[in-house]
Design a protein around this ligand. Structure first.
Ligand SMILES: [Zn+2]
Length: 600
């Protein structure tokens, strides 16, 4: 990603040492043709040509993951029917690892490789082809020649019949929308391509040309989006002090039910529900997704943990800093809507309380420290199972909470002269722009300490690397707020399980909460509850009506086809429902901090 801008020589050398050992002469020319002769069966056909070769063999590789989504996805699994020709003659392409094909190129100038990619996984980070569109998530479409990640390439696209548009942040060659160029593979793999008949609209914001490609239809109001999206973009640009792109593309996949997003350098892919735009809740949810993914163009795409770029496309890239890269972005996705004047202070505080409740109600928050949640994203948060709620914490939710604590601390300690914004801008200028590299854990901590004017060893020990209870009132108190638990006086018994509807009135257990009644007395995930005290359960919410904490009930379940009775002693429901409320008589300092925080 650093290759986006001219580099200092020392960094260039380091870069090549890291990812291009034995770098090839650099004279090869690489081009791709993408066609969709079998779009109805979900295939993209790729023809790759590498010419100007002067090496004994050529290894072609497919990335195993796509940056921003921390899971080994094995994109090579979708490749089939790979054939190669060398200087026009058929030649063997030998599979030498799960994602590598080796071709003997001794005495060969030009190699052409053809392959088909099966693309039928709907998500923001996987490719999807049918007769209505071709979405190319490039890290799963284009093979790269080993040691040539720094090489440019040309991509020519022949649309399926009736498709008329291409939306991508890649530059066009001679203004032809179907012929694109990429300066290197970091850019290519960071530039998804949408081909089809998307509804495209554009606007200018923060001096940048923005294009929005709406795919799949939907009840969005273009004029309203054209008014609100620039407000978000301007507010985010103000945090960092500059908007580094010339143009930026939003690719929005509207489906019956959709969500999620994936950030890129100069574009993003968003998932949305086709008919959600008309409700205020749905519309604001979309805007906060826009704010989240767009904020990433700085936080993680440019200002980044040191291991996240240049990327290793063949292995996990471990970092303990996703609580900053993702958690802070999750914090800003709501704060920016407030700062842009789209969300009210009340709705912002409610969203923040929502993050606090998510953290405080999750048993795993007392098991997995935040830094560890980030490091293990590859094997835990991206590979959740039925026990994840008990063993892990989301670095999005807890990271957002930590961002709030630090923001309030800095605003308080500087008498509202500075905020977390100043840290983000300082880090962006120092590491992305001046040092032209990612940051280490210690460097971000030093920046927090510099701006808050205090040592944060204890803060890190408690909240980042440890499992201490968070002192919300201390930090919210700086702004004259406190948290109150709306469930404080609720004394209801519970089984400590979550269920969904099963066969008939049966309830299927999906989660058994750590330390709860069901956990202690042995209810299992996948148990199908048929009765409690002999009576069928039409509604789990009312199944324990009339019961008290400490009462014994008999839960009848079917487990692996066998019916059994499980005696369970009901325990108190310890769920919290925090709200952020004003303290009585906030003083002038508290009101000053609040004004800065919420931009009142
Ligand atoms: Zn994110």
């Amino acid at each position: 990603m650093k290759k986006f801008k001219p580099l200092a020589l020392a960094y260039l050398i380091l870069f090549f040492m890291k990812i291009t050992p034995g770098h090839a002469a650099g004279t090869a020319k690489i081009s791709y043709k993408v066609t969709f002769p079998e779009a109805q069966a979900h295939y993209a056909d790729v023809e790759m040509t590498v010419s100007g070769l002067k090496q004994a063999d050529l290894e072609l590789k497919m990335p195993v993951w796509t940056p921003g989504s921390y899971l080994i996805r094995e994109f090579a699994k979708n490749i089939e029917s790979l054939t190669a020709t060398a200087d026009g003659k058929a030649i063997n392409a030998l599979k030498v690892s799960k994602n590598t094909w080796k071709i003997n190129t001794s005495g060969v100038n030009t190699v052409t490789v053809k392959y088909k990619v099966y693309a039928f996984e709907v998500s923001v980070r996987t490719s999807f082809v049918d007769v209505s569109e071709g979405f190319l998530s490039t890290s799963g479409i284009f093979l790269y020649p080993k040691n040539m990640l720094d090489q440019p390439s040309i991509i020519n696209i022949t649309p399926y019949k009736g498709w008329s548009k291409v939306s991508t942040s890649l530059e066009k060659v001679n203004g032809d929308p179907f012929t694109l160029q990429s300066p290197n593979y970091d850019i290519l793999y960071d530039s998804p391509i949408e081909v089809g008949n998307q509804d495209v609209f554009s606007f200018d914001a923060a001096g940048v040309k923005y294009e929005v490609a709406m795919c799949g239809g939907g009840n969005y109001d273009k004029e309203r989006l054209k008014k609100d999206m620039p407000k978000i973009i301007e507010a985010e640009t103000a945090v960092f002090g500059e908007n580094p792109n010339k143009h930026y593309t939003f690719i929005v996949h509207n489906r019956q039910r959709g969500g999620g997003g994936l950030e890129h350098l100069s574009s993003t892919v968003l998932g949305a529900s086709r008919d959600a735009y008309s409700s205020e809740r749905g519309y604001n949810g979309f805007l906060s997704l826009v704010a989240h993914e767009h904020f990433h163009l700085w936080n993680v795409k440019r200002l980044r943990p040191i291991v996240l770029g240049p990327f290793d496309y063949e292995n996990e890239n471990y970092t303990t800093d996703l609580w900053i890269a993702e958690g802070f972005t999750a914090y800003y996705q709501n704060l920016i809507l407030r700062h842009a004047g789209i969300a009210t202070p009340e709705s912002y505080l409610a969203a923040m309380a929502g993050d606090i409740n998510t953290v405080e109600n999750q048993p795993g928050a007392k098991i997995q420290p935040l830094a560890e949640a980030s490091f293990d994203a590859w094997i835990k948060s991206y590979r959740p199972n039925e026990n994840s709620y008990n063993t892990g914490i989301s670095y999005y939710d807890k990271g957002a909470v930590i961002a709030m604590l630090l923001d309030l601390q800095i605003i308080n300690n500087t008498n509202a002269k500075q905020s977390l914004d100043d840290v983000m801008r300082y880090m962006y200028n120092t590491y992305y722009k001046q040092k032209k590299r990612g940051y280490t854990d210690a460097e971000f901590k030093q920046a927090f300490e510099k701006f808050s004017g205090q040592n944060l060893d204890e803060f890190y020990a408690k909240y980042i690397n440890g499992l201490a209870d968070i002192d919300y009132d201390k930090y919210l108190g700086y702004a004259g707020y406190k948290i109150t638990n709306a469930f404080a006086n609720v004394n209801e018994p519970t089984l400590g399980i979550y269920t969904r509807n099963g066969n008939g009135d049966n309830k299927l257990v999906t989660t058994v909460l750590r330390g709860g009644a069901g956990w202690i007395d042995g209810i299992n995930v996948n148990d199908e509850i048929t009765a409690i005290n002999g009576a069928p359960v039409s509604d789990m919410n009312t199944a324990l009506n009339g019961k008290k904490i400490g009462d014994k009930v008999t839960v009848t379940v079917i487990r692996d086809g066998i019916t059994m009775d499980i005696p369970v002693t009901l325990l108190k429901n310890n769920r919290v429902n925090y709200k952020i409320e004003e303290v009585a008589n906030p003083d002038e300092k508290q009101l000053t901090v609040r004004k800065k925080w919420l931009k009142l």
